[in-house]
Write a protein that binds this ligand. Structure first.
Ligand SMILES: *[C@@H]1O[C@H](CO)[C@@H](O)[C@H](O)[C@H]1NC(C)=O
Ligand SMILES: *[C@@H]1O[C@H](CO)[C@@H](O)[C@H](O)[C@H]1NC(C)=O
Ligand SMILES: *[C@@H]1O[C@H](CO)[C@@H](O)[C@H](O)[C@H]1NC(C)=O
Ligand SMILES: *[C@@H]1O[C@H](CO)[C@@H](O)[C@H](O)[C@H]1NC(C)=O
Ligand SMILES: *[C@@H]1O[C@H](CO)[C@@H](O)[C@H](O)[C@H]1NC(C)=O
Ligand SMILES: *[C@@H]1O[C@H](CO)[C@@H](O)[C@H](O)[C@H]1NC(C)=O
Length: 593
């Protein structure tokens, strides 16, 4: 069988003109993390950052010899389609494996970084984007969501998506298995019951982390956020741009904060949206902030459901108050722990619906997107009435045994953070109980269980960075920070923390529920974003935006256009609103956009 890496390397097709993807289905979860480490690397930063080996993706050229070059840029591009009459162009650059110690790059050790650019019609600057993860593909973000992003940002910027080192089409790819067959054979593990499954999970994880290290070799240690931040300078240099223009979502806010701390003099227009705490990420064992508001979003779900009534929320007829509905949902789903339901479609499609799947893969994930609440409520209602077919089909569609994104996420997160056994009790039982007291703070936190077990076991890959997040960081231009009021994984408190850490930065709170500003349509947010990007204009302190329309329990595909027409007389505003509605609706199974 062809090796997984080879198969992926040889396969780097240009993006289809009309490519559509509704997101990588996947059962796994975003592993929020936190972590720490302290070292002394900062001196290395200045040394390594300009040492890029330019390379343009050559496999595309054979069937498409036409090359595009632009004055001031150091690379050439290959046309790779169009989205809504905006041209797309693709290129690949190589970046050194280690930006901060050049002697580690002997024999040309490098990562390739694929780029996809959607050209703005009146643009001179490139806006770099990161969709989150870690593990999310920026090139795929452009091809999947470029139309809506460009409607929001406008014509004055090229949108530039890149696959961070180790991720998606970047090579070498962060992977813990040498090929698909090995992954299929060795990746399943039982990890649903905290105490009962801990023996198997801990033992399995000890092998996994060793396999991650062996499979990646030396490159594995350099898949981390400070290196990726330095890669972003190489991307800017390649397109001949001095100033960083950047909009990062979710994990992309960690990348943005890291960049702004390390390269504050190039930080001209950095937006972080759906903020994670970099202090937790790099310096803490457990991620305390990340779970802060998860349950509040769940409360929002039941509250809005009761308010919407049975017409719009199928679950509303099951209880009279939000408290009663919440209790009913929690106990009925809890009951699936010991009584999973079998669903049989036919001899190739069948499976079981259990607590872990319903609670984490359906309920938790839908907290990211209030626009999904209507559909989630319908499925939960059927389940509670004894029909698990629809919920099973959703879970089934999300499962993807060939997914490597989780590996990428593991490398970045565990390499960044305070990984390894030191802060944990030696004894497995005690380690589990330390995790458990953390999980007990939220109805959903045990979703991170397998993740913390691998964080504790992560010793085979050495930490190579010494980035330390700081407070009082002065950047060339202050940051714009966006957050919803209640974000299930990146709470407002973390946005406030970033606001306090970066001098002069301003925070805009989007009143509502969901992950990142894109979860809720709001023209007000778009105006702040555009004014900031174009003119560097910052909002007043304590700026807040309202959501447009009725984002909760609206029936899908009903009334979008009517709402937009009624609410917005300006055709540009209408276009933005429709793009936002579409983004908010997107089904997404991972912690990214
Ligand atoms: C840089 O890397 C070389 C080769 O791995 C190593 O010997 C040296 O100690 C490193 N320098 C620093 C400052 O870490
Ligand atoms: C085009 O870009 C220029 C320079 O950035 C700007 O002054 C002008 O307003 C833009 N025109 C439109 C139609 O956006
Ligand atoms: C790259 O991203 C696409 C879209 O999310 C996904 O389908 C594909 O599996 C990813 N490939 C890898 C190697 O991560
Ligand atoms: C089983 O059901 C799935 C999903 O509905 C369908 O795609 C598939 O063709 C069916 N297979 C057989 C053997 O009927
Ligand atoms: C369960 O739901 C599915 C999908 O909505 C439907 O096709 C099926 O008939 C239902 N089964 C029963 C027993 O009602
Ligand atoms: C966590 O909660 C469970 C269930 O309520 C309880 O049995 C357990 O003792 C708690 N564990 C810790 C460490 O708080």
């Amino acid at each position: 069988m062809e090796s997984e890496k080879e198969a992926l390397i040889s396969d780097q097709p240009p993006i289809d003109r009309h490519r559509r993807s509704d997101g990588a289905p996947n059962p796994a979860f975003r592993f929020v993390v936190n972590t720490f480490f302290a070292t002394l690397l900062v001196l290395g930063f200045q040394l390594g950052m300009r040492s890029v080996v330019w390379r343009v993706s050559n496999d595309v050229s054979s069937h498409c010899p036409h090359r595009l070059t632009y004055p001031g840029e150091k690379i050439s591009w290959t046309p790779c389609g169009a989205i809504d009459d905006h041209e797309l162009e693709c290129a690949t650059i190589d970046v050194p494996m280690d930006h901060f110690n050049k002697s580690n790059n002997a024999r040309g050790k490098a990562f390739s970084i694929p780029l996809t650019r959607l050209r703005g019609k009146n643009a001179t600057q490139n806006l770099l984007l990161n969709p989150g993860g870690p593990g999310g593909s920026g090139t795929e973000f452009i091809s999947r969501r470029g139309a809506q992003l460009s409607a929001i940002v406008g014509e004055n910027f090229h949108l530039l998506g890149f696959d961070p080192r180790g991720i998606n089409k970047s090579r070498p790819l962060a992977s813990c298995y040498p090929d698909f067959e090995t992954r299929r054979r060795l990746s399943p593990v039982r990890s649903k019951k905290l105490v009962e499954d801990s023996g198997e999970l801990f033992a399995w994880t000890a092998n996994l982390v060793q396999a991650c290290a062996d499979n990646m070799g030396e490159h594995g240690a350099y898949i981390n956020t400070p290196q990726t931040a330095a890669d972003m300078n190489d991307i800017l240099d390649a397109v001949g741009q001095d100033d960083m223009y950047y909009w990062g979502f979710s994990y992309g806010t960690l990348l943005g904060q890291t960049y702004a701390t390390m390269f504050s003099d190039r930080t001209k227009r950095v937006i972080i949206d759906g903020v994670a705490s970099q202090f937790d990420w790099y310096e803490e064992t457990l991620d305390n902030e990340a779970i802060q508001d998860t349950d509040s979003v769940f409360e929002g779900f039941v509250d809005e459901c009761i308010k919407a009534g049975p017409e719009k929320c199928a679950l509303a007829s099951l209880a009279k108050t939000k408290e009663a509905l919440s209790e009913k949902l929690v106990s009925e789903i809890e009951n699936l722990r010991d009584n999973p339901i079998s669903v049989y479609i036919n001899s190739t499609v069948y499976g079981i619906v259990d607590y872990w799947k319903v609670w984490h893969q359906v309920v938790f994930i839908s907290l990211y997107r209030p626009a999904q609440w209507y559909a989630t409520a319908e499925k939960l209602d059927s389940l509670l009435r004894g029909n698990a077919t629809d919920i099973f089909l959703q879970i089934y569609a999300q499962e993807n045994p060939f997914d490597t994104e989780e590996d990428a996420e593991r490398f970045v997160t565990l390499n960044d953070g305070k990984s390894g056994p030191a802060p944990w009790p030696q004894d497995r039982g005690e380690a589990v109980s330390m995790m458990q007291s953390f999980f007990n703070q939220s109805l959903f936190a045990d979703v991170y269980y397998p993740f913390y077990v691998s964080k504790r076991a992560w010793t085979a890959v050495p930490r190579t960075h010494g980035y330390v997040p700081r407070r009082g960081v002065k950047t060339a231009h202050p940051l714009l920070i966006l957050s919803t009021t209640y974000d299930p994984v990146c709470p407002l408190i973390s946005a406030r923390g970033a606001n306090a850490a970066f001098e002069g930065s301003r925070l805009v709170e989007l009143k509502g529920y969901g992950h990142c500003s894109l979860a809720v349509p709001s023209l007000c947010i778009t105006h702040y974003v555009r004014d900031f990007l174009l003119e560097g204009k910052l909002p007043d302190e304590n700026a807040r935006c309202d959501a447009d329309g009725s984002p909760y329990f609206a029936k899908p595909d009903e009334g979008d256009k009517v709402t937009a027409l009624a609410q917005f007389s300006d055709p540009e505003d209408r276009k933005i609103h429709l793009a936002q509605v579409k983004l908010a609706r997107e089904v997404q199974f991972r912690w990214k956009f």
